[in-house]
Ligand binder design. Structure first.
Ligand SMILES: Nc1nc2c(ncn2[C@@H]2O[C@H](COP(=O)(O)OP(=O)(O)OP(=O)(O)O)[C@@H](O)[C@H]2O)c(=O)[nH]1
Ligand SMILES: [Mg+2]
Length: 316
């Protein structure tokens, strides 16, 4: 295999070459050292794209909405990137992910780039890789980047909320809306989407959301609620308008800049954590881990001292 020409690849990514973008994404997912070199070259050319996070319960219609929003953004002639993060699936790029993305309508549009990512281990690693993938799309000149992830846990929610505008998608008639919101989704929503409004209960869900939002003591603006029926393309214009007005408000108030600062700090933290983890565990052969486990089991060593010794050795 020829050595990777990182500078050449970065140049082609910046020129918007779709093949180079795909290659760059494989690099940032698979090869930490090459990823660092590539991102170093691309980073000065990022920060232009608007990143829109989309999260919510499984099957809420997130991918269908992203598909319709993509069509809407394309009407304005803007380029779109889509990253579908699937932390639950150990398979990358397979039929399941393909099905989850539902973006086939844009497959032949050069102005749209779609990437699915699955976790192969640590969620932390996935979050860091998602940040890189967004940077690649940003540097390639995409104007809007959608990041979809199922809002089932803290890590997933965090990935979707590392955005300029975060959509929380809910559907009527699930009975667990309030539960879902308790799982951290209330705090991160800039816009609530009540999708599947063709079903019974959309009005009630909206009313419930409104009364819930009224209870939240907050200095920040109350998130708008937009009703959609993604499959019938209803409410998509209103949703895009809501996204744009939240964006404008964020730019004007300084919220966008503040958030980007927080996200940058978080991104660095994630990379530090990943680097330390790789270094510490990389220094320790699996057989030796088992030996330490035996020692702790046999009470010759305690767990904290074992961890301390492993860390010291990894950093030596
Ligand atoms: N009735 C109705 N069905 C919808 C609507 N939006 C999406 N669906 C359907 O709901 C199902 C799930 O849609 P997806 O877009 O894959 O949902 P998702 O939230 O991306 O799903 P995961 O990524 O698997 O969590 C599909 O069968 C869609 O056709 C809607 O507005 N009304
Ligand atoms: Mg989906």
């Amino acid at each position: 295999v020829a050595p990777l020409d990182v500078a050449g690849l970065a140049g082609r990514v910046r020129a918007g070459d779709a093949k180079a973008v795909a290659r760059a994404m494989t690099v940032v997912e698979d090869d930490a050292a090459a990823a660092a070199a590539l991102i170093a070259l691309l980073h000065p050319h990022t920060g232009r794209a608007d990143v829109v996070g989309v999260t919510g319960p499984p099957g809420a219609g997130k991918s269908t909405l992203v598909d319709r929003l993509t069509a809407r953004v394309r009407q304005d002639g803007k380029g779109v990137g889509v990253v579908a993060v699937d932390p639950t699936s150990p398979w990358s790029g397979g039929a399941i992910l393909g099905d989850r993305i539902r973006m086939q309508g844009h497959a032949t549009d050069a102005g749209v780039f779609i990437r699915s990512m699955a976790s192969r281990g640590q969620l932390g690693g996935l979050a860091a890789a998602t940040g890189h993938v967004v940077s690649v799309l940003d540097a390639s000149g995409k104007d809007v980047v959608f990041v979809e992830t199922v809002g089932v846990g803290q890590g997933e929610v965090e990935i979707a909320s590392a955005a300029d505008v975060t959509l929380v998608v809910l559907v009527p008639g699930q009975g667990d809306e309030v539960q879902t919101l308790k799982a951290g989704l209330l705090e991160i929503a800039d816009v609530f989407v009540v999708n599947k409004s063709d079903r019974d209960g959309a009005e009630r869900l909206e009313a419930e959301l409104q009364s819930m939002l009224a209870l939240v003591p907050s200095s920040s603006p109350v998130p708008p609620i937009v009703r959609t029926t993604a499959t019938r393309e209803e409410g998509i214009d209103a949703l895009w308008s809501a996204i744009l007005s939240v964006r404008e408000r964020g730019v004007a108030s300084g919220e966008r800049a503040r958030r980007r600062r927080d996200q940058t700090r978080r991104r660095i933290e994630l990379l530090v954590t990943d680097a330390l983890r790789a270094r510490v565990w990389g220094a320790l052969p699996a057989a030796e881990v088992e030996r330490v486990v035996e020692q702790v089991l046999g009470r010759a060593l305690d767990p904290a001292s074992a961890a301390d010794a492993i860390v010291k050795r990894g950093l030596a």
